[in-house]
Design a protein around this ligand. Structure first.
Ligand SMILES: Nc1ncnc2c1ncn2[C@@H]1O[C@H](COP(=O)(O)OP(=O)(O)O)[C@@H](O)[C@H]1O
Ligand SMILES: [Mg+2]
Length: 235
């Protein structure tokens, strides 16, 4: 495979629900090992765009993608592409912390178990590493068997991050991951994002322009059914 500095490449992409375009045309790129913030008004199609990148919208009735979407050098609509493999390489974190009604540790290893179904595997080392990577280990190391819902919202969001990080995705898609959090928890997630970009490519949807300025290297604006790059001013 040729060396490509872009993790994601969109060319004349049109996204529609039942024929109605949400995004009429998107041609843009996302650099590897950088944080790209996606900003734009509510309802402009930011979540739709993000979900398209890991084929999360496949089963939405009437949803259609036209044009070329390349992720990690591959056309994501290539019939030979394994969608589960794609989702292992492209992880997603949602706006509302998504935790399962299981223990803290079970939540972290959920994806690992899914992708490696060999019985008897011990995932505790990987689980610890993922919790450390998500800046959560010190807060939960003595209560790994507790139900995940006993954690605060901010901790639950970092737990969702740990679960995503455990399978070591190359790209992390985050859809407004701090909008349900208090300022302290938001800061923890922002610090985490900055710490991850050496090893991961991050696409962060945010309605918070200050947050975009704090963490993003690149900026993509979604508005009026188009998607464009904007210069990003770092403080
Ligand atoms: N599953 C769906 N079916 C039909 N329309 C949808 C669906 N999801 C989102 N939309 C519409 O697509 C547009 C963009 O939504 P969304 O991508 O959620 O925007 P944003 O994340 O920027 O707020 C909105 O008009 C929304 O109503
Ligand atoms: Mg959204």
């Amino acid at each position: 495979m040729t060396q490509n500095s872009y993790a994601i490449e969109l060319e004349r992409v049109r996204l529609s629900y039942s024929g109605e375009a949400v995004i009429e045309t998107a041609s843009c790129t996302v650099r590897k090992n950088a944080v790209t913030a996606v900003v734009g008004p509510s309802g402009s199609g930011k979540s739709t765009l993000l979900r398209t990148l890991c084929r999360m919208n496949d089963r939405v009735p009437g949803f259609q993608v036209e044009g070329s979407v390349r992720v990690l050098g591959r056309d994501i609509h290539d019939p030979a592409l394994n969608v589960y493999e794609l989702r292992k390489r492209v992880g997603m974190v949602f706006q509302k912390p998504c935790v399962f009604p299981k223990s803290i540790e079970e939540n972290v290893i959920f994806g690992l178990k899914f992708h490696d179904s060999r019985t008897g595997r011990d995932f505790s080392e990987k689980s610890e590493q993922a919790l450390r990577d998500a800046f959560l280990w010190d807060e939960v190391k003595n209560r790994l068997g507790d139900p995940a819902h006993t954690l605060s919202q901010g901790q639950q969001q970092r737990l969702a991050m740990a679960r995503t990080l455990a399978v070591d995705p190359e790209i992390l898609l985050m859809d407004e991951p701090t909008s349900a959090l208090d300022p302290k928890s938001s800061k923890a997630i922002e610090d985490l994002i900055l710490s991850l970009k050496d090893r991961h490519t991050i696409v962060l949807v945010t309605h918070n322009v200050d947050q975009a300025e704090r963490v993003a290297d690149d900026l993509i604006c979604v508005d009026d059914k188009t998607v464009c790059h904007k210069p990003c001013q770092r403080p």
